[in-house]
Design a protein. Structure first.
Length: 273
């Protein structure tokens, strides 16, 4: 299958995989991603009066922070439930259903565009960053985050548990995100440079995610797409074996209060359109 076919296949899985997961994501995974919101907005120079596009807005964390800065916010997401959640949360924002790499906006309509952990959920990252550059005015800013997979222990424990048990990945579940080809600071920066951006800067953000182990298991198996699909499609006995392996892998990360302290890492890349 060619590049275009793989991109379409990946996007189709993502659309189906995220359906109905808005509330679970908000409760479980959103607190992990919230660490990146303020650095993302700083990198895009979001401030009062700026016209900001939040692409892949999810339940609206980035949009809410941009509104708090006084920005004029437009938010979009590919999942209708996420759109509805953000619209309820932020009646002052313009919230629409839209999917990269085709956005329903004029050339240069925004002063800045931001995407928190969305580029790793699109089938064609080069087309996505070209589209973001199109809708941002010349001289405007674009800032994007993505997981840095080698340092992402907070979610890698699930992959390790699956591997320990020897669970086979369902045939229709993508083995990896297309963005992983750009998953280093240098290659992420190169992705934007190849799309015509200037003043490109990529940096690493590292933090500890402290969470209850049982709650984190629930968060991932109910509030994600690919990892959840691999685990929850197994028979009940196999799921319990994966869960036991997960808790065993988590053991070295437990603190005195029974919480797990897990390393998390993301890339933040920003540029001028």
């Amino acid at each position: 299958m060619g590049h275009e076919g793989l991109a379409v296949e990946f996007d189709a899985f993502e659309r189906a995989g995220w359906r109905g997961r808005s509330e679970a994501y908000s409760r479980g995974v959103a607190p992990l991603t919230a660490h990146l919101i303020e650095p993302l907005l700083d990198a895009a120079r979001v401030g009062a009066g700026g016209r900001v596009l939040d692409v892949g807005c999810g339940p609206g964390g980035v949009s809410a922070a941009a509104v708090a800065r006084g920005a004029d916010v437009t938010a979009v997401d590919a999942e209708p439930e996420m759109v509805a959640a953000t619209a309820r949360r932020l009646p002052e924002a313009r919230v629409e259903h839209a999917t990269l790499p085709v956005l329903p906006f004029r050339d240069g309509e925004f002063d800045a565009a931001v995407g928190n952990l969305v580029i790793n959920h699109v089938g064609d990252p080069p087309a996505a960053v070209r589209e973001l550059r199109r809708v941002v005015r010349p001289g405007g800013r674009v800032a994007l985050t993505s997981w840095y997979y080698p340092g992402m222990r907070a979610t890698a424990v699930f992959d390790e548990a699956v591997a320990t048990v020897g669970v086979a990945r369902p045939a229709d579940v993508p083995e990896r995100a297309p963005f992983q080809a750009y998953g280093t600071p240098e290659s992420f920066a190169g992705l934007l440079e190849d799309a015509g951006y200037t003043e490109v800067r990529a940096r690493m953000l590292v933090w500890e995610h402290k969470v209850d182990p049982a709650a984190w298991w629930t968060a991932i198996v109910t509030g994600t797409a690919r990892t959840a699909a691999v685990i929850t499609r197994q028979d009940p006995a196999t799921i319990e074996r994966v869960k036991a392996a997960y808790h065993a892998i988590l053991a070295p990360h437990l603190t005195e209060d029974g919480q797990a302290s897990l390393p998390a890492a993301a890339l933040l890349t920003s540029a001028t359109a």
